[in-house]
Design a protein around this ligand. Structure first.
Ligand code: GDP
Ligand code: MG
Length: 298
């Protein structure tokens, strides 16, 4: 049998479920997920290999109005990928009335893209059927989608055929990655994303989006099933630093422990994790800081 392969990009506003979707299909936790918007900052490629071939998913940062240089970078990454891929999956949540401005903008961008497009309407478990029907109606009038698929990833509702549908739009092609590779991101990047996920999970509203994580040491101890990892957490204010560390270090300990357990699962080894907290004012507008943290334009 001839194998198919191709690149698929998943776009949509923050928080609609893009990372949940790619993680569901590739079966492993690569992109971090959280109920807070803008969790995914860089494009992360996740790889699905099965008997039909190979799909490389680009899980893009959510598209939204940029507020600073980091936001700018995120939007460019998301839109820039559309013409170069084999299939675009656009993900939205059901709507009650009309399509809102950000999704109108994304849709008008999509109309200029030649690539085949599929619309996934996710989180149908949270909405009434008439909202889903309304959503299908509104979007089908706006963009020429090859398929419109209502879905609930969390309830695994209508997720069964999505792999097959995706392969329908791919052509015969080479396997770009090994059978057991699940991401092209260096382990260091995935580890820093895991740590950032815990920060988002455990900290209050305004702190997390001013946070960046950089893994500075990643060393395997010879002859031991153990990896030493050191990471720096950057935040924007002294008060934030206090919150991250917590009373007698309790918060940082909690974050560290929870991240360590995930990292150990990923690497299949014991991990010795050390976390540092540093203040770097306005790092989200500093080009050199963005580069250090891996938010490169190329
Ligand atoms: P992204 O910003 O588009 O990548 O969104 P995420 O994948 O990080 O998901 C955002 C939130 O939506 C998380 O809390 C998910 O658990 C939740 N979510 C994802 N899929 C579904 C779904 O099918 N139903 C419901 N109710 N929630 C979902
Ligand atoms: Mg995401």
């Amino acid at each position: 049998m001839t194998l198919k392969s191709g690149f698929v990009t998943v776009i949509g506003r923050p928080n609609v479920g893009k990372s949940t979707f790619t993680n569901y299909l590739t079966g492993r936790k690569i992109s971090i997920m959280s109920p807070k918007p803008q969790t995914t900052r860089n494009t992360i490629r996740a790889i699905l290999t099965n008997e039909l071939g190979q799909v490389v998913f680009m899980d893009t940062p959510g598209i939204h109005k940029p507020k600073n240089k980091l936001g700018d970078f995120m939007v460019k990454q998301a839109l820039g990928s559309l013409n170069d891929v084999d299939l675009v999956i656009y993900m939205v949540e059901p709507i009650r009335g009309n399509i809102q401005s950000e999704d109108l903008e994304i849709s008008s961008n999509l109309n200029e893209v030649q690539t085949n497009k599929i619309l996934i309407i996710n989180k149908v478990d949270k909405y009434e059927k008439k909202d889903v029907l309304n959503t299908i109606d509104k979007y089908s009038k706006l963009v020429d989608f090859k398929e419109i698929i209502p879905m609930s990833i969390i309830k695994e509702d209508n997720t069964k055929d999505i792999e097959k549908i995706i392969f329908n739009y791919l052509e015969k092609g080479p396997m770009y990655f090994g059978e057991d590779e699940v991401t092209d991101q260096p382990e260091k990047v995935v580890v820093s994303e895991y740590i950032r996920e815990k920060l988002l999970l455990f900290l209050k509203e305004e702190v997390p989006h001013g946070i960046g994580v950089e893994v500075i040491t990643f060393k395997e101890r010879t002859n031991k099933n153990l990896v030493d990892i050191e990471a720096t957490i950057y935040c924007e204010k002294k008060s934030h630093k206090g919150i991250i560390i917590g009373k007698q270090g309790s918060m940082l300990k909690k974050i560290g422990k929870s991240a360590r357990l995930d990292i150990e699962k990923l690497l299949g080894t014991k991990v010795y994790l050390t976390l540092w907290v540093k203040i770097k004012e306005d790092w989200r507008n500093s080009n050199s800081m963005l580069k250090n943290l891996g938010y490169n334009d190329k």
